[in-house]
Design a protein around this ligand. Structure first.
Ligand code: N01
Length: 504
């Protein structure tokens, strides 16, 4: 683990930090590196856990891996010639994050076991007051980067009887490595991106696995290859080749946007590839029917797996498609009245995204509370800044999800933008840098209009949408468009308040 060399809790209250970064996952570490490279050194990262890595620290379930190629699921400013495979496992990705912490000497700036429970902006001083759990001292900072991750709060479903179940419960994002699956009857609830990685591992270990599917997803094949020693040597000796490989993956994914983000004839092509994959891997027509999605590809996240369908057909595995009625002390009761006994239930049921971005009370100018303003759906300016909350910047804020490309490319664009904005604030010694409300409104009106014609709004249920069908998670466009809109901080979009300006 990358641990801070300073004692935990040593965050000083004396002098405000230039930058407080909330979270030491990919985004927080990336922001810290780029701040330092841009000459901004007075920052600290506040991390609720005792280790860096965010989602890659938390998601350690068997089979955890990234379904985006590693060359693209890494920072362009920190290329890694040594990825072992096209698609890396979670341990290797965590290792990459830890190696960046060492290489760029970020460790001493991290305060572990610092859970932020509130942040309040003081307009008179232009400072954010950050409060932590567990009696830690408050911290003041001129700017804040929220890098707490959109998928960081594991969620158990609100199922009748869940509290009465007497067996073992495990959530995919909080794996219990002490639980021995050998000889156990296991139930898995959910068939999303996490479940399709877990199930092939579980069938190897457990006596039986019952998979409770509510909605079958579109599954595409995954061509994973070991990176040869010669390729690694080439990447090391000629870094341009690595850049080219990354670009090739990026443009490959970009082209898929036309079939994933919008419902076009290319959507049928994506669906045909998935159906072919299903047909080649599943012989039984009944099972094939159960696994055939009834919504447009891309509406929910595409699944990428070569071993999910084979795992479902193992002798010790069974797909259950009856809806779950309730949990009982011994297992799961389905709607037709059968009780499926289970020693352990694995909940691969995803995350609570309702508070993503504002997981803690964030009080801005004039006492406004971000969570309240976002109660019917979150919005921001270019996903990074919010009017009424000066000097605050978000990573993976509202409408920044790709759907078809690497989240890391989007994250890097956010980091470049917000570190530049922080640079402006510090260089000009501003008290406040706040996005203009009219710019934000105009941006969101256009965004929501464009979202209307995407596949995400084409009638399926997914974590991309709120209960009311509002999409505050995804960006309706190509990755290049998203990156371009963040390429430059246009100062026109902001109100700049000098430190000595008189408040009217
Ligand atoms: O969660 P999900 P996830 N009764 O929300 C089902 C990222 N990720 O952890 O489809 C019965 O996608 C639910 O059913 P339905 C990625 O962004 C990335 O798998 O709503 N079932 C669904 O099947 C991904 O999108 C990687 O009908 C219930 C499942 O649980 C995000 O994380 C790998 C239920 C939840 O699927 C989340 O993925 C893994 C209920 N009450 C994850 N409630 C990479 O490789 C929920 N379900 C990069």
């Amino acid at each position: 683990a990358e641990r801070s060399e300073r004692p935990v809790g040593a965050a000083s209250t004396a002098k405000p930090l230039d930058v407080a970064i909330i979270g030491a996952g990919f985004a927080g570490i990336g922001a810290a590196i780029r701040l330092r490279q841009k000459g901004i050194t007075d920052f600290a990262l506040f991390e609720r856990g005792d280790r860096v890595g965010g989602t890659w620290r938390d998601n350690t379930y068997p089979g955890a891996a990234c379904d985006i190629p590693s060359r693209l699921y890494s920072f362009a400013f920190a290329p890694n010639p040594d990825w072992s495979h096209t698609y890396s496992g979670s341990g290797e990705i965590l290792g990459y994050i830890e190696s960046m912490v060492r290489k760029f000497d970020i460790g001493p700036s991290i305060r572990f076991d610092h859970t932020v429970i509130g942040m309040e902006f003081d307009e008179a001083s232009g400072l954010w007051d950050i409060t932590f759990a567990a009696d830690r001292r408050k911290v003041k900072a001129r700017t804040v980067v929220v890098a707490s991750g959109p998928l960081s709060n594991a969620s158990f479903p609100n199922m009748p009887g869940i509290e009465t179940y007497e067996g073992h419960k495990i959530h995919s994002a909080r794996w219990d490595h002490d639980y021995d699956f050998t000889g156990k009857k296991v139930a898995v609830v959910g068939t999303g991106a996490s479940a399709v990685q877990i199930i092939p591992e579980l069938v190897e270990r457990a006596a039986s696995v019952k998979v409770f599917q509510r909605t079958p997803g579109w599954v595409l094949p995954r061509a994973n290859r070991r990176t040869s020693a010669a390729t690694r040597r080439l990447y090391r000796q000629a870094p341009i080749t690595q850049r080219l490989a990354r670009d090739a993956w990026f443009w490959g994914h970009e082209s898929v946007a036309l079939g994933v983000v919008w419902n076009t004839p290319l959507t049928r092509v994506v669906e045909s590839v998935a159906l072919l994959h299903l047909r080649s891997q599943v012989g039984d027509p009944w099972l094939r029917r159960q696994l055939t999605p009834d919504f447009r590809a891309g509406c929910k996240r595409l699944l990428i797996s070569n071993d999910y369908y084979p795992a479902l057909q193992r002798e010790n595995c069974k797909l259950i498609t009856w809806p779950i009625a309730r949990l009982s002390p011994n297992g799961i009761r389905t709607a037709e009245g059968i009780e499926h006994q289970a020693d352990c239930i694995v909940f691969a049921t995803g995350f609570d995204v309702s508070k993503a971005g504002a997981p803690i009370p964030i009080t801005g100018r004039d006492g406004r509370v971000l969570g309240d303003e976002w109660s019917r759906g979150a919005y921001a300016f270019k996903s990074v800044a919010v009017s009424g909350y000066p000097n605050l910047f978000l990573t993976f804020g509202p409408n920044s999800g790709p759907g078809h490309n690497s989240a890391l490319v989007y994250m890097e664009a956010q980091i470049e933008y917000l570190t530049d904005a922080i640079g402006v604030l510090l260089a000009r010694d501003l008290r406040m840098l706040e996005v203009r409300r009219d710019r934000q409104d105009r941006y969101n009106a256009r965004l929501q209009q464009r979202l209307g014609s995407t596949t995400w709004n084409s009638g399926c249920r997914s974590w991309y949408l709120t209960e009311d069908g509002f999409n505050s998670t995804m960006y309706p466009g190509f990755g290049t468009q998203y990156v371009r809109q963040l390429a430059r901080v246009e100062l026109d979009d902001y109100v700049l308040t000098p430190r000595d300006a008189v408040r009217l």
